[in-house]
Design a protein around this ligand. Structure first.
Ligand code: GDP
Ligand code: IMO
Ligand code: MG
Length: 424
């Protein structure tokens, strides 16, 4: 039995949800371990498109436990909107559980995120404005609220006496935003308690114990290059999408993890600000964007597109702990004559060539990609089910990527549908 973590190995939106959904079919317990409703996860199954933000992408199967883990942050209104939408699509949510130690995104976190993004003259991150950074900030500063706080009004009241004076001072003095009265926050919390009540799993210790010999699937959000410690800091999210984040945010220890599947697109996309060495700002970039429908699930923003960057991917394999790769969106190249792969970075000031990712992202403007050109396959691959039937040039492309990044590609995705997936 293999317990697997699914992570993004680029800057998010690699197709993690599609891979999680497929692997979930064969798992017992699916746990989302970090991030919040900044994530936008798409699964296409039986001709229906499902969009998830917080709910694990394994929820489409009956009789599985799908837990939103302790390492996540949850905005109650977003959660409510998501489950309402899923219910309207007929999704059975009986297996959905929320860990009582998950953090709550409060409306003031969203206001602060929006304020910071809208007023930044320099250093704009291009966040999703979902309050993610401010929620994790409060968690680390030990002035956050957890789901379990909603069910004990006495301790909630004591906590708010500590939290609100600090928050209100910041809201008013630093951001010029409205303060929150204690009565107002308690009313909000009562509403939140009702929203979460059917799902909060107070007996999670028993549940995890019972499942320790079952098959666990850990679902990451975002991607390694957005990791707060290992990504393109400060142009990152505020949690740990790397494979190791699964142990931190789930309550299952690191020894429970057997494989880490790093999901990667056959090219690279990025939403928001920050360096992107292989970005294509020309019509080729627009071509990838159009064919790949590269527009965000959560914010609708156009995703920046570029060639596959083996330098960052090799780094992501290393720090993300990736043991196998799921390569998605290969079909987007079906009409391309040539495909480029970035094999190294060249420093335009010194001429130095490196295959190792430079961690000071403010130096990335000094690097240009060193490309290798590969021949396209000029064939529709979206219906291919067997790896051996892929065109020779597709197989050559995959083999070259494997060589460059030092990890095997074990899953190949040739379309958004569950069925458009090839296992090796
Ligand atoms: P996630 O955040 O990593 O789960 O990815 P998103 O759902 O944000 O974005 C991936 C998009 O690509 C979704 O619209 C998927 O339906 C789609 N997709 C996934 N795999 C493939 C693939 O192999 N080919 C194509 N054409 N689309 C894919
Ligand atoms: P999934 O799980 C792509 C990006 C934002 C911004 C940075 C910080 O669908 O892959 P945040 O709101 O987290 O403080 O924003 O991170 N970002 C994502 N980009 N996919 C995501 O999630 C993302 N979640 C956050 O665009 O650059
Ligand atoms: Mg996404």
């Amino acid at each position: 039995m293999t317990n697997t973590v699914v992570i993004g190995s680029q800057w998010g939106d690699e197709g993690k949800a599609k891979i999680t959904d497929i692997l979930a079919g064969d798992s017992d317990f699916i746990i989302r371990y970090q991030g919040g409703c900044n994530a936008g996860h798409t699964v296409v199954a039986n001709d229906i498109t499902y969009k998830f933000h917080l709910v694990p992408s394994g929820i489409l199967y009956d009789k599985k436990i799908c837990m939103i883990g302790a390492g996540t942050v949850i905005y109650p209104d977003a959660f409510k909107a998501e489950i309402d939408e899923l219910k309207s699509q007929g999704v059975n949510l009986s297996g959905l559980k929320i860990h009582p130690l998950a953090s709550i995104t409060m409306p003031y976190h969203i206001e602060i995120d929006g304020y910071q993004e809208n007023t930044a003259k320099k250093g704009k991150i291009g966040t999703t404005k979902k309050g993610i950074g401010p929620t994790y900030t409060d968690k680390s500063a030990r002035i956050g609220l957890k789901i379990q706080d909603l069910y004990n009004l006495e301790t909630l009241s004591e906590k708010l006496d500590i939290i609100l004076p600090i928050k209100n001072k910041m809201l008013a003095k630093v951001y010029g935003l409205e303060e929150y009265s204690k009565e107002c926050v308690i009313e909000l919390c009562k509403k939140y308690a009702e929203i979460f009540a059917p799902y909060v799993c107070f007996d999670w210790q028993k549940l995890l114990e019972e499942h320790k010999n079952n098959k666990i699937l850990f679902e990451g959000a975002q991607g390694v290059m957005l990791d707060i410690d290992w990504g393109t800091y400060p142009f990152v999210t505020s949690s740990n999408p790397i494979g190791g984040g699964a142990a931190v945010g789930s309550g299952f220890g690191p020894k429970m993890i057997d494989e880490v599947i790093g999901v990667a697109k056959a090219y690279v996309t990025r939403v928001g600000e920050g360096p992107f060495v292989t970005e294509l700002k020309d019509e080729l970039g627009s071509k990838i964007q159009q064919i790949g429908h590269e527009f965000g699930v959560t914010t609708g923003r156009a995703r920046r597109c570029g060639w596959f960057d083996a330098v960052t991917m090799k780094y992501a394999v290393q720090v993300g702990g990736v043991t196998k790769v799921a390569l998605t969106k290969l079909d987007v190249f079906d009409s391309f004559d040539e495909i480029k792969v970035c094999t190294a970075y060249k420093n335009i000031k010194t001429g130095e060539i490196t295959e190792y990712y430079p961690t000071d992202v403010f130096t990335h403007k000094d690097y240009e990609p060193v490309y290798e050109t590969m021949q396209g396959w000029k064939q529709d691959i979206t219906g291919i089910k067997d790896y051996n039937n892929l065109p020779e040039n597709t197989k050559k492309y995959i083999a070259r990527l494997e060589e460059l990044i030092g990890a095997p590609v074990s899953i190949v995705s040739v379309g958004p549908d569950r069925l458009q997936t090839i296992f090796r």
